[in-house]
Design a protein around this ligand. Sequence first.
Ligand SMILES: Nc1ncnc2c1ncn2[C@@H]1O[C@H](COP(=O)(O)OP(=O)(O)OP(=O)(O)O)[C@@H](O)[C@H]1O
Length: 714
Amino acid sequence: MALRTPMKKTQIGSRDLLANGGGCPVEVFCRLRPPKQNNNDEETDNSSSSVRISSSTELTLYSSENAKNGQIRESHYEFSHILTDDVSQSAAFKELAIPLLDDLIQGKNSVLFTYGITGSGKTYTMMGPLSNPGLIPRSFDVLFNSIGSYLGKEYLLRSDRQNGYEIQTEADILLERQRKEIQMAKNNNNQRGKMPETTNTRILDMTSIWNAQLNENCSYFVFVTFVEIYNNYIYDLFDDDILNKAPQSKQLRDDNRGRPYIRDVKEIEVRSSEEAIGLLNMGLKRRRIAHTQLNTESSRSHSVLSMRLVQYHNDIPMTSLTKDDLITSTIHLVDLAGSERVNRAKTVGERVKEASNINSSLMVLRQCFEILRENQAQCTSKMVPYRESKLTSFFKSYFDGEGRIRMILCVNPTADGYEEIQHALKFGELTKDVMVPRALPPPPPVPPKMNRGHVALREIDNQQQQPSAPVLFTEFNAQALIAPFPSLEYSLLDGVGDDEAMLTLEQHLRRRIDERHRLNILIHEQHDYLHKFTFELVSDYDSTISDHDELAKENEQQSKAIRHLQTRIKLLEKSQNDFYKTTNQMERENKTLKSKIEDRNNEIKASKAERRKDKIDFENKLKIKINELEQQYLNELKTREIQMRELERQHDDKLNIIRSMAATANTPTNENVYQNPLSVRKRCPSEERILQEASGQSPSPRQAPAVPPKRFRM
Ligand SMILES: Nc1ncnc2c1ncn2[C@@H]1O[C@H](COP(=O)(O)OP(=O)(O)OP(=O)(O)O)[C@@H](O)[C@H]1O
């Protein structure tokens, strides 16, 4: 049984491989960002440095501000290749990613980092805008242009979430398909009414890779994972959990071959580049939402997109396909967080913690490269501190030769300060000098020749195998090795010279030779079995040890957390006691205040009752007074009436006198004189006055009766 996954054990020893000429350098590319077109751009104004390219691999950095001694500062750097600011996205992709995709199809692994200060163009290089896509979208395009016609049966493979794949039965495949269809229907329902996202404006890369390893007789499967490392915690961007206010971080584990993987990470099979980009956009959207919820910045985290290609030879019938027949290869595309220092970014509070976490993880990356370089240059074996950050722990096996490492150093010469650029360039140059063991090519994806009998046998084998039994050990046959070997029959030597005896001797010797040959093969086979068995045992042992270490670490961390929590509980208990005391005190004060309020309320009630009584007294007095006044007025009114009547009567009298006088005046004078002696008598003064009034003369004004004004007392 062949172990066909292209994995090289880390325990083999990177130094041995390097010593045997199996090393290859970390490739570092420098990509310069063009200045912004806008002339008012602040970045251009603040420029304190400039870059001059001397050749396709060398550049010089100048400072536009003089150093203390008055000299212009300059420093010189060399890289694997320099991509000037006029290099297009498509050209950059061809230079940086096509060789890695070629490796991927050949079953080899690789990792590509973008490193640089914030705003230097890392995300532009990785993702790019829709109209000018970067490495990730183009990689998906080109991968599917190349292997799209040879995709294997959908859902045949499923990630076991432990860095491997399970082979699904027909029933599982059907179930999975139904599950996905239901999910899609749900999504469509949710999407109904919403504006569709505009993905149709994306420019597609039509490049396709052909290489000798692209075997048309193979079936290919593409899986994707997308995670971010933020504050030294790993979060799965495909996990719905990421949208929670407190998303769960994922743990790193070593698989049974010593390769680190993210436990329980969601690995999704994709069938086209559109599907992959859709997923990627969903991940980025979730990342933005999660960071908005947590009030953090997404550019302060490292993001890792992993594309995994799984292949197997079509000659292997699906029913007898096993995990060992699968060849897996991966490209990790890593967009590192900005490498600026805390002071430069003017960070405060939570941001300082973020910045120092970023700095420390980038610092550990730098230290790993530094120590690797030192170990290689001086033949020392200093321990490389991979485990000090999640980023380096995850890529540990790459430093030991699991695959090719490339780094793109992004630089914005017109905006970033001289020292910051110098820092980044120095890191790039240091990295370039590091050698990593060359990844061993995987065995070609050609299946062992099997006839129908073999296949049938294999299926019977599969049925008989206990799932938990170590497969290789069951194949070890010690009995066969100690089976009796035909001994040399010396009696046959007696007949030497006789043709027949010679023939018998020859046959006997041939049998012995054949038997020896068969035994040799058997020994080799058994040796191989034992070797692999031991290898698996060692791997198991290593992973158990690393699990144990991890658990011990976790245990220690949890004990620390428990101690911390106990201290907090004590503090909380103390403050709770204080709180109780204060509450009791306040309750007492509250009671006193309540009784005071009650007294006051009683006083208020009494005073209200008194007032009400006063009011009633007053109203009664008022009524009496009003009655008195009414009586007084009525009396006065009566007096006036009497006076008026008197006046009226006097008036009538006067009128009568006037009438009689008028009647006297109209009769003949003599007769009247004789008949009415009054007509000649002298008139009294009142008659005189009445006469005057009647003849139109104004009488002297009469005095109004002097009535004093009445005053009312209430
Ligand atoms: N090669 C380039 N050509 C044109 N524009 C570029 C290039 N590189 C970067 N830019 C522009 O520069 C700006 C900043 O780039 P980008 O967001 O990629 O920086 P970054 O290094 O990823 O920053 P951060 O660390 O904050 O994520 C963007 O507007 C981008 O469009």
